[in-house]
Write a protein that binds this ligand. Sequence first.
Ligand SMILES: Cc1cc2nc3c(=O)[nH]c(=O)nc-3n(C[C@H](O)[C@H](O)[C@H](O)COP(=O)(O)OP(=O)(O)OC[C@H]3O[C@@H](n4cnc5c(N)ncnc54)[C@H](O)[C@@H]3O)c2cc1C
Length: 318
Amino acid sequence: MSGVLVIAEQRRGELRAVSLEVVSAAQGLRRGADEVSVAIIGAAPESIAGALKLVGVDEIITVKVPLAEFDPDTFESAVGALIAQRHPDVVLVAHSVDSFGYAAALAARHGFGFATDVFKVQRIDGELLATRGGYGQKVNVEVEFPGRSTVLLAIRGNVFKPPEQPASPRLSAFEAPATVSRSTAREFIEAGAGDDVDMAGAEFILTIGRGIGEEAKVAQFRELADAVGATLGCSRPIADAGWLPKSRQVGQSGKTASACKLYIAMGVSGAIQHLAGMKHVTTIVAVNSDAEASIFGVAKYGIVGDIFEIAEELRRHF
Ligand SMILES: Cc1cc2nc3c(=O)[nH]c(=O)nc-3n(C[C@H](O)[C@H](O)[C@H](O)COP(=O)(O)OP(=O)(O)OC[C@H]3O[C@@H](n4cnc5c(N)ncnc54)[C@H](O)[C@@H]3O)c2cc1C
């Protein structure tokens, strides 16, 4: 058993960017003549293949399935059949809402080694070692897979730099077995529909966290953001509570503040998943009443104080 199989993700005919990050994660796992094969599963996979013609991809495998939307049973069956035919020793998928639907079941059914949310993967003396967070991301856990001939890993997004150089990998097709699905896709609703904010493109972001306490306080910070010319962002609890749309969430499972130059975090503790979306910003200003809050570890300027008082003071100047 050898080689790395990457399962790329697509949404409505568009390759998901995280798939290229997974291709990048695969590069350090090659042994000798090992190849990296990338499978793309969908109703018209050949139309997406072009986006995968990059350095680091040796082969693109198109897997045609008769469904327009993602379906866990179809994916579990198709990926399982592909692994049975190809015998890769490592299979990489994105740690995403799609893989949540089938990867664990697939690994359990076939006895594969398995780890999710992996942000580092390497071979040490030929043995695979995956690193993931543990205890709510407070510690890093190294996972070994003794005795497993196939290991399936779900790779965290926004960690590996996607390849950019074009290349000409081989193309092949794989026929997925017919599958009876237990679910039906009724409607596709785009997350954050109705709020077309571009968090990735925003240069100045003012983000609010759970420190605001209640939904009624959102308006005060929205008004402040407008006054200072910032795009209003939020931490996950605010989006999960529905106080702001998901499209404004910054972090690992939200948006990355890619173009941001100034980031003001108000009432945000600085959990590792939030930092994943903003810690690279050059100028971070944090306001938090807890002097020990982790956000101060990445902030250039820190204010230990009450966000409402600071917000009012700021508003007086704009
Ligand atoms: C797989 C996974 C993915 C995740 N993805 C994301 C993600 O994309 N984005 C994200 O943000 N989180 C994400 N999380 C959640 C993350 O772990 C934290 O739970 C979250 O970031 C905490 O949000 P917060 O800082 O707003 O809230 P808290 O951690 O509760 O912090 C609130 C802060 O406000 C301060 N505060 C309270 N009152 C005041 C006041 N009056 N004045 C000043 N400061 C005050 C407190 O001192 C505290 O530090 C994810 C978690 C998991 C497991």
